[in-house]
Design a protein around this ligand. Structure first.
Ligand code: ZN
Length: 289
């Protein structure tokens, strides 16, 4: 069943998928909202440290971690509890179906640290979590670039709950004993390739035929660059977001379109349209790979 809005972009999808190039999906907080995960950028992410209330933009920083590692950790362990309690939704599942049908032609770039794409079944090799993953840690002193899974002894927190002695003992680098830190990109840090696939994401953007932007407004640097590079390289962009945002204008400019629906409503249909178009391309007699 093709929704009215999705029907508008059907021919756009067919034309884009008929060209060579990747089908890239760029996802932001909007895709996880239906799973009950807030952005943590608004009031739901505020946190009291000492006598002061801090915003997520102040908390999710290296500067704050250096000053108040325990408070930053209890905030992340609270968020970890929210993420673990959530389940992937039909939009995450649609991305999995798309990847299974398209294989290496499909790439997922996600700003979300919640891990729901991988839990839904997206493969790590074709998933770039460009802002890190909340289930992983690394040495805060960077004695090694190795990632460490969240130690099993560490327990998630309720709002305002402090660390326990067990948490403090477990959140230590196995190599040097310094604090472990969340393996996420903080607001006062810059992207890199080994950890956040910066160069790979931009290269992929330039090889993209069809880019779906899902539940993101492109407010952070790398997603904005991905969208700009893809547009400059001739990709067709479709923006899926219930709210107007700057990516919508850019999508229209590329000959793509906007789908002003929730990802859970729109993405299953769009994935079907893309899969059908890709199969038609493979079956076409004039197709030479
Ligand atoms: Zn270390």
């Amino acid at each position: 069943m093709v929704t009215r809005v999705a029907a508008k972009v059907e021919s756009v999808i067919q034309d884009a998928v008929a060209r060579p190039g990747l089908v890239t999906v760029l996802t932001g907080a909007g895709i996880s909202a239906a799973s009950g995960i807030p952005t943590f950028r608004g009031p739901e992410g505020f946190w009291v440290v000492g006598a002061r209330e801090y915003t997520p933009q102040q908390l999710a920083t290296r500067a704050m971690f250096v000053r108040e590692p325990e408070d930053v950790w209890s905030w992340y362990l609270y968020r970890l509890g929210v993420c673990r309690a959530a389940a992937p939704n039909p939009a995450h599942e649609a991305v999995v179906r798309l990847e299974r049908a398209l294989g290496d032609r499909c790439l997922l770039i996600t700003q979300n640290v919640d891990g729901l794409h991988l839990r839904a079944g997206s493969t790590p090799a074709r998933t770039y979590p460009v802002h890190g993953e909340i289930e992983w840690t690394r040495c805060a002193d960077a004695c090694t670039p190795e990632r460490v899974p969240m130690p099993v002894q560490v327990t998630t927190k309720c709002r305002g709950e402090p660390l326990t002695d067990t948490d403090r003992a477990a959140l230590r680098c196995p190599a040097c004993g310094a604090w472990l830190r969340p393996d996420v990109l903080w607001f006062d840090e810059t992207y890199d390739e080994p950890r956040f696939r910066f160069d790979s994401s931009l290269r992929a953007a330039m090889r993209t035929a069809l880019l779906l932007t899902v539940g993101t407004s492109g407010a952070t640097t790398l997603p904005t660059l991905v969208v700009q590079r893809a547009a400059a390289s001739g990709a067709t962009i479709i923006d899926i977001n219930p709210a107007d945002n700057p990516l919508g204008d850019l999508a229209a400019h590329t000959g793509g379109g906007v789908v002003r629906e929730l990802a859970t409503d729109a993405l299953p249909t769009l994935a079907d349209l893309i899969i059908t178009a890709a199969r038609r391309r493979s079956a076409a007699p004039d197709h030479h790979g």
